[in-house]
Design a binder for this molecule. Structure first.
Ligand code: HEM
Length: 248
């Protein structure tokens, strides 16, 4: 879809009045910044005051290697959005879907951003160099659709996210551990996270770009990436355990 909705919303300059937002400083421009490099954000980039933020998931921040620490930083940000935000996310998603036509178009739009920020990733997804517009490359449409179907499922299950989608997202994370030969790197997750948030927020019409929606989207996408990172880490530990056992 085009950029007709890409201009800034007045909703961003509005002061938050609800108590749940009073200690939340995100929104969009401070959190979902232009993506220029694939770096993990710093640990204080959390956007919510709900439990579990900025707490090491194993409670021992000093006992992990720096690679593990990077993974844990992403995993620890699994914060399910609260009720008004959940409803704003569902409402804005249905608007975005109706404006986009289908979920594939949203997937292609997000990947377009990802590939612009990290052209090396085109090879990981077998997108030839000469292809500039993913719309005109049907071979990639299935990947775009599968990718966004994860977001779509999460939005549908948003009121029971942890029980319905938590294990599925962890399973995807486990599967991505085995995609490292294909080019998966945990370090790319923040890039995916930023591109998803940016694309969604940029393409929402102004009236849907409320603080609740923007904060809700930030939290939901962070939750998805956090669970993926968790699954990746679990699978990494399981594999290390199997390898250790096999040499005994
Ligand atoms: C929020 C982040 C991500 C989500 C929700 C996600 C989701 C998915 C899904 C649903 C599939 C297809 C099902 C499967 O085979 O497991 C898939 C496949 C794949 N993912 Fe991811 N993924 C994410 C991040 C990444 C990243 C960061 C990379 C690489 C840097 C990556 C690389 C791949 C590859 C190479 C495939 C197989 C090719 C394809 O089906 O397009 N993914 N991903």
């Amino acid at each position: 879809m085009g950029n007709s909705h890409g201009h800034r919303s007045r909703a961003f300059s509005r002061q938050s009045t609800s108590s749940e937002q009073s200690n939340t400083t995100i929104p969009y421009r401070s959190q979902s910044v232009r993506v220029t490099a694939c770096r993990l954000p710093s640990s204080n980039s959390s956007t919510d005051s709900e439990p579990n933020n900025n707490q090491p998931i194993n409670g021992k921040s000093n006992s992990v290697s720096s690679a593990d620490h990077d993974v844990l930083q992403v995993a620890q940000r699994c914060v399910a959005p609260i009720k008004q935000r959940k409803e704003a996310v569902q409402q804005s998603w249905s608007v975005l879907l109706s404006l986009s036509g289908d979920i594939t178009q949203i997937g292609l739009g997000i990947y377009q951003k990802i590939f612009e920020a990290a052209p090396d990733l085109r090879a990981v997804f077998s997108v030839p160099e000469h292809v500039h517009d993913l719309q005109s490359y049907p071979d990639f449409h299935r990947s775009g659709k599968l990718f966004v179907s994860v977001i779509d499922l999460c939005v549908r299950s948003i009121h029971s996210l942890d029980s319905d989608m938590g294990p599925i997202l962890v399973m995807y994370g486990r599967r991505h551990f085995h995609r490292q030969e294909q080019g998966f790197r945990i370090q790319y997750l923040p890039l995916f996270e930023n591109c998803m948030i940016e694309y969604i927020v940029e393409n929402l019409p102004d009236e849907e770009k409320t603080n609740e929606a923007v904060i809700g989207w930030n939290n939901l996408i962070k939750y998805i990436c956090g669970k993926l990172a968790e699954g990746f880490q679990l699978e990494r530990m399981r594999n290390a355990h199997i390898r250790r056992k096999s040499v005994l």
